[in-house]
Design a protein around this ligand. Structure first.
Ligand SMILES: [Fe+2]
Length: 314
């Protein structure tokens, strides 16, 4: 694993942010870049996941533990997540099923993630996001079919952000397939982000928005005998690593306008999973805030670059 950042082990109290919840203002209270490699949930050994692990990828998992504390301090009404692996070839879909339940299996790594989920959807907000998106000109659908399996990326990101599952959720599909299409459809993600913000404000919710994608996305085609063998974990190549560092430098120095223009370049250079639009959607929902942005951790998973990052408007 590439250990670029080295948080000290401990109870994390030195990193705990101030309690900003006293204002209780509605709107988006934070945006997080929340990658979803199944390895991270596997390494946590939660009771919902069948496979057992010996750990691994700690740097990223410690950053998620930091986010969990931040989210509890913010006391949001809802977590809104966009992830790349609920792929809808026609239109942007919003999960409006009140209580999704089932087992989510990672199709490439079923030996790592077979996770039993059971959570609540904020249906009023979900429908409002679909309506605002439709009004903004996007092809939009409300998923209301009970029993449809929730994709592993959404489940993994939500578990890592809030393993207690005690905050309602809105889940959005990925209309722009990260593997086949160009990055041109990022324009639609900008519209989807603005529609998400308007729906949150119209319904008076305090919301955390989470864009769930990796960065550089070339990866190994062989797995070590022990999947969590950290001796085998490192960037796919130096080129990918360098481009990830360029993107993270823009985040941590708050240069969001430059980041907006850089994302398509980064996609072309690294096959970045930001191609699915999750990061663009999240930052558009936040209004591309200039001057804020934190990188909590960077690490690789099967060679792909992954960062946990935060934008918390004061
Ligand atoms: Fe992914």
């Amino acid at each position: 694993m590439s250990r670029v950042f080295h948080p000290s082990p401990g109870d994390g109290s030195w990193r705990r942010p101030p309690d900003r919840s006293h204002t209780e203002r509605p709107g988006i209270v934070a945006g997080y870049l929340a990658p979803h490699p199944p390895h991270l949930a596997y390494a946590e050994n939660p009771p919902q996941n069948e496979p057992r692990s010996q750990g691994g990828w700690e740097t990223l998992r410690w950053a998620y533990q930091d986010l969990q504390q931040r989210i509890k301090a913010l006391r949001p009404d809802v977590l809104v997540v966009h992830a790349p692996h609920w792929i809808t070839m026609v239109g942007h879909h919003v999960n409006c099923v009140p209580r999704p339940r089932g087992i989510s299996v990672e199709p490439i790594f079923p030996h790592l993630l077979r996770y039993r989920y059971d959570f609540r959807t904020d249906v009023e907000l979900a429908e409002a996001i679909a309506d605002h998106s439709s009004d903004a000109g996007l092809v939009t659908r409300k998923l209301k079919v009970d029993g449809v399996r929730v994709d592993y990326a959404t489940i993994t990101a939500l578990h890592l952000l809030n393993p207690d599952w005690d905050i309602p959720v809105v889940s959005l599909s990925a209309n722009n397939n990260p593997y086949y299409y160009s990055s041109s459809s990022l324009e639609q993600m900008e519209v989807l982000g603005e529609a998400t913000r308007k729906a949150i404000e119209a319904t008076g919710r305090r919301a955390v928005v989470a864009g769930s994608n990796s960065l550089s996305h070339l990866h190994w085609d062989r797995e070590p005998a022990l999947p969590e063998d950290m001796a085998a974990e490192h960037p796919y190549n130096h080129h990918q690593y360098e481009w990830d560092m360029r993107l993270l430098e823009l985040i941590r120095t708050g240069r969001t306008r430059e980041l907006r223009a850089f994302i398509p370049e980064h996609i072309d250079a690294t096959e970045s999973e930001t191609k699915a639009g999750s990061l663009t959607w999240m930052l558009s929902a936040l209004g591309w805030p200039e001057g804020i942005g934190e990188v909590l951790a960077y690490g690789t998973v099967i060679g792909t670059g992954n960062a946990v990052a935060a934008w918390e408007p004061v």
